[in-house]
Write a protein that binds this ligand. Structure first.
Ligand code: TRP
Length: 325
């Protein structure tokens, strides 16, 4: 009788292991997720943190059933390609790429391992997908597309008294080039003049901003990683010259830009996490449409408005999320 009991016990225990009873599933696969982030600036950090939180919400916990390998690309293409190669060598189940150049670097190193990107302004122009609806390859993810026209309409609501728009951006970022194309179209159709001042890296931002300071009525920057990481330098010049500086991301407003009409990057991070989960569960990026964020909000820096002596109209103030918090 004892023997029968012992056999039953062993049987029951092994069944528990196979069906995954108990707190930790011993036979569960641990997925490897390689995260490659262009550089560290507040917006990209927020996205990464929110992806990791979102993965937890989906049941994927680092150190439990997933292993997250995170590396920051130091804003350098060669570094990012090396990171992507490491992830390929590690046989990651999915590579997560935050910002356009990071996704481009990842794609250059693998067309097999699924790549889920986060916050890519224009994935088609960046050469990452065939179309938003049907990406066609091993790459899909979330887009943070913004409209220069909507931001200029916000500028008009705040103070319609401008004719010349300065455009400050990095020509090497496809994400910026695409938004600036929209700005130029808008300006042409509405009788505004655009003065461009472009950079190739952060060390040029000060001079490029200075160049615009006595030539334009307002300045606009797209969702540009280089400008986003040099906000202190840019806002000091523009606030000093009394020029409203319109930007394209909440973090850039938080860092001293006057205002934007943009998306919530915490929501974008969660959305990206849900796509990563879909891929881990067997989804094919080729047929998973790129997701865009539909919920756009006005972000306004009241301290910057004060520095510029700008009276913000009540209807704008009412709908705005304001900084400092
Ligand atoms: N959209 C940018 C890209 O495609 C990345 C990005 C996300 C970003 N949030 C930002 C850039 C905020 C500047 C500021 O590369």
């Amino acid at each position: 009788m004892k023997k029968v009991l012992a056999v039953l016990l062993v049987l029951a225990m092994s069944m528990m292991m196979f069906t995954g009873c108990g707190s930790k599933k011993e036979d569960e696969k641990v997925y490897k997720i390689g995260i490659i982030q262009l550089m560290e600036h507040p917006s990209l950090d927020t996205i990464r943190e929110s992806i990791i939180e979102g993965l937890e919400d989906e049941g994927y916990v680092d150190g439990d059933n997933i292993e997250i390998l995170y590396q920051n690309g130091q804003n350098d293409m060669t570094t990012m390609k090396n990171i992507a190669q490491t992830f390929v060598g590690e046989e990651c189940d999915v590579i997560v790429a935050i910002a356009t150049p990071a996704a481009q670097a990842a794609l250059s190193e693998t067309t097999d391992i699924p790549i889920v990107f986060a916050a890519i302004t224009d994935p088609v122009d960046a050469g990452l997908v065939d179309s938003l609806e049907t990406p066609g390859g091993n790459v899909t993810g979330t887009s943070d597309e913004v409209s220069a026209e909507m931001i200029m309409n916000l500028a008009k609501d705040i103070d319609p008294d401008f004719k010349t728009i300065g455009a400050l951006y990095n020509t090497g970022e496809d994400n910026s080039v695409s938004v600036i194309a929209g700005l130029k179209e808008y300006a042409e159709a509405n009788g505004f003049k655009v003065v461009e001042s472009t950079v190739t890296n952060t060390s040029e931002v000060q001079q490029a901003a200075q160049y615009l300071a006595d030539k334009v009525d307002i300045v606009f920057s797209p969702i540009d990683n280089t400008v986003a990481s040099s906000m202190a330098v840019a806002t000091e010049i523009f606030n000093g010259a009394g020029i409203p500086f319109y930007v394209s991301a909440d973090s850039m407003v938080k860092d001293g830009g006057l205002a934007t009409y943009g998306i919530d990057y915490t929501v974008l991070g969660k959305e990206t996490a849900s796509m990563i989960a879909d891929v881990l569960e067997g989804g094919d990026p080729a047929t998973m449409a790129v997701r865009k964020m539909s919920d756009m909000k006005v972000y306004l820096n009241t301290e910057t408005a004060k520095a510029l002596n700008l009276e913000i109209p009540a209807d704008v103030l009412e709908k705005a999320t304001t900084f400092p918090e």
